[in-house]
Design a protein around this ligand. Structure first.
Ligand SMILES: C[S@@+](CC[C@H](N)C(=O)[O-])C[C@H]1O[C@@H](n2cnc3c(N)ncnc32)[C@H](O)[C@@H]1O
Length: 277
């Protein structure tokens, strides 16, 4: 997706818990990024995902418990790098791993990841990326074959490679993310990561010890059977990109495919869950 975005600014009274609910509803409709403000939220959707009556199905907009107004404007593709430079500090996860931009000073940590996110998702600032990094830090990757599905900036694939994974595929459906991951693997001396552009259709006949997929509830539910087909017996599947309230739905779908729940992290109402086969 290389087109423009539509930016919606929602003014919400009172701001909580309506913001959380609105973000959850918009996430299901294809909105990709959210910024929480003092008076509500700003949400971004790619122009090609937007249809005139898209917001008609958002329940909370009809609620009498909150007053929600919004305006919208078309903007150029968001340059997350510029936003990052303006607003953010490097990310430190469990004192072991930092995710920083090239212009940040290097921190004294075991895993130092340099990411130039430009327009891709995956700087570590989002709760889901943060928790997926925590899972990677907590587990053994030495000699494993790994798939990072929905790789964004490639941050998870890069950390898996740094932790000793022997063969890593990083796949994203978005051309921009594909190109950005190629750049970031070079930046982190992880050129052996195989980067591809596409979706679950690429996975036929493949086999992995570990699959990471931080995407969203609906895509995960749709593509889960394909992921599980690619998982070796004894393998692990890490899923994120959904809210705590959707965890039972994902768990049920995974259990029906023969997976066993292992553990999970929760942050800002998002979760990252580990399953094993
Ligand atoms: C929430 S971001 C995660 C990025 C990164 N893995 C992280 O943890 O920060 C989800 C990514 O999945 C990609 N994506 C969306 N639908 C997909 C699909 N069906 N197959 C593969 N990737 C997909 C998006 O382009 C986006 O880069």
């Amino acid at each position: 997706m290389n087109g423009n975005y539509i930016e919606f600014h929602f003014t919400i009274e009172p701001v909580q818990p309506a913001s959380e609910i609105l973000i959850a509803e918009l996430g299901l409709l294809g909105f990709e990024s959210f910024v929480e403000n003092d008076d509500g939220i700003t949400a971004y959707i790619p122009e090609e995902e937007y249809e005139e009556d898209l917001l008609a199905g958002v329940h909370i907009l009809q609620s009498e418990d909150f007053k929600i107004t919004y305006d919208q404007k078309e903007i150029e593709r968001v340059n997350w790098n510029e936003e990052w430079e303006k607003n953010f500090q490097p990310i430190l996860v469990d004192d072991l791993c930092s995710v920083r931009a090239p212009f940040h000073e290097k921190l004294d940590v075991e895993y130092d990841i340099v990411i130039e996110p430009k327009m891709s998702f995956g700087t570590g600032h989002h709760a889901t990326t943060h928790m997926m990094i925590q899972h990677i830090l907590k587990n053994d990757w030495e000699g494993k074959s790994v798939l990072d599905m929905g790789c964004g900036t490639g941050v998870l694939a890069i950390l898996a490679a740094m932790k000793g994974a022997k063969a890593v595929d990083a796949i994203d459906i978005d051309n921009w993310c594909y190109l950005n991951t190629l750049e970031n693997i070079q930046r982190n001396d992880c050129e052996h990561i195989n980067v591809e552009e596409g979706g679950a259709e690429l996975l036929e006949g493949r086999s992995y010890d570990i699959i990471l997929a931080n995407i969203n509830r609906n895509i995960l539910l749709k593509d889960l059977p394909i992921y599980v087909d690619c998982l070796q017996p004894g393998g692990s599947l890490y899923l994120s990109g959904f809210y705590l309230e959707d965890k039972p739905i994902l768990e049920k779908a995974c259990e029906e495919l023969g997976l066993k729940f292992e553990n999970f992290f929760e942050k800002d109402n998002w979760v990252a869950v580990k399953f094993s086969l």
